[in-house]
Design a protein. Structure first.
Length: 396
């Protein structure tokens, strides 16, 4: 198998697990434990918080010790989280605090898996970065759909079987990452610099680059307004407005991911996008409008249709943002730059989750979506008018 195939195996297994987690974690906290909106926000914040605190260090560790090694070890550690949850379920001791332990372990693992995996992409791309980003994105969201479908059967088969499947899936991904040949230059590349110096150098690279800085800013807004809405407000909307189940949560996630995969597949068929910054801004603009429309959905079918369109916008936005960061990253700093990319996307996630829970608790899910859509729209318009992303054009 080619290195790209092993990379896609490792990446696909992680996101298959994430797909299962996306439904199971929300289902357990919102529908099994029946926690309040504030506690749902706290649970999702706990899942995201380790990434905020550790992902920049994770990128530096990947550059220092090699993405293959770090990704494999971190994904192996991630298997402990569903094993813990499985033990709680089998002993009938599932509690809110137990879910928080799962969230912390999985969040810490993700802080190291994500930049290590993204840093490997240049190594397996053979010079075709945008195409490889699209292939990786299709693998990510395609396997996520399968994960959502697996987890949506939780009402029928119970959580224990699904958690056991999640453990096995993560273990397969460890083997995939271990099979990638490590680039020689990455081994020991940062031996003379401290970890903090390495993190600071990566941050300076992003902050001093006009396009990278603006991509990071829109990532922060996307994390704050879109991620919080997706992981907190939409599941609560399904519970409170549509009186949904695990199957309905699964359908919501599947529709979102189908939109993502379809948009990325169309981009892949079209070929490389020259106006990457313009495509990013337009996708986020339309996505903000659609999110506001989701709050006004007259029924569950219309809700799923709007979530599908929102996912398509996200597919374009995430592909363009990752491509810009990958192509502009200096040689030898891919792990750190992509770590900063992930940090900018995940860093505001805990605040977005907590804020979304508070807004739902105070104003209701529909009003919370409207506020987040308005906030994202304001940021996108500011970036579009005041940055060079709109005029950015890559060489053919």
């Amino acid at each position: 198998m080619r290195p790209l195939h092993y990379y896609l195996l490792g990446t696909g297994s992680w996101f298959l697990s994430v797909g299962i987690q996306g439904v199971m974690f929300a289902w357990l906290v919102t529908m099994v434990l029946r926690e309040s909106p504030n506690r749902v926000g706290i649970a999702q914040m706990t899942l995201l918080l380790p990434g905020t605190l550790l992902i920049l260090a994770g990128g530096s560790v990947a550059d220092r010790y090699g993405g293959r090694r770090v990704a494999a070890l971190a994904q192996a550690a991630a298997t402990l989280a569903p094993l813990w949850l499985l033990a709680l379920v089998l002993t009938n001791q599932l509690t809110f605090e137990g879910l928080l332990v799962y969230a912390l372990v999985m969040g810490c693992a993700q802080a190291f898996v994500t930049p290590a995996r993204d840093g490997l992409l240049n190594h397996v791309a053979d010079g075709r970065i945008q195409r490889t980003v699209m292939l990786a994105s299709i693998a990510q969201f395609g396997t996520s759909i399968l994960g959502f479908l697996i987890a949506s059967s939780a009402d029928a088969v119970g959580p224990a079987l699904i958690l056991g499947i999640q453990v096995l899936i993560l273990a397969v991904g460890v083997a995939g990452f271990r099979s990638i040949a490590q680039p020689r230059r990455a081994l020991g590349a940062e031996s003379s610099a401290t970890l903090m110096d390495s993190v600071i150098e990566g941050a300076k690279t992003v902050l001093q680059h006009r396009q990278l800085r603006m991509v990071a800013l829109q990532n922060v807004a996307m994390s704050l307004f879109f991620m919080g809405s997706y992981i907190v407000t939409l599941p609560l909307l399904v519970r409170e407005v549509f009186h949904g189940s695990a199957t309905d949560l699964g359908l919501m996630n599947v529709c979102n991911s189908i939109g993502l995969v379809l948009a990325i597949s169309l981009l892949l068929r079209r070929g490389d996008v020259a106006r990457q910054g313009r495509a990013l801004i337009l996708a986020q603009f339309v996505g903000a409008i659609v999110l506001g429309a989701v709050a006004l959905a007259p029924g569950f079918s219309a809700f799923l249709g709007m979530v599908f369109v929102w996912g398509a916008c996200g597919g374009v936005a995430m592909t363009m943002s990752r491509t810009i960061m990958q192509e502009q990253a200096p040689d030898g700093q891919q792990g750190r730059v992509m770590g900063f990319h992930s940090f900018s996307f995940m860093g505001a996630g805990p605040l977005g989750a907590l804020g979304s829970g508070y807004l739902v608790n105070q104003l209701g899910a529909q009003a919370a979506l409207g506020i987040c859509a308005t906030g994202m729209l304001a940021v996108v318009l500011m970036i579009g008018f005041r940055s060079s992303l709109w005029r950015m054009k890559t060489a053919p």
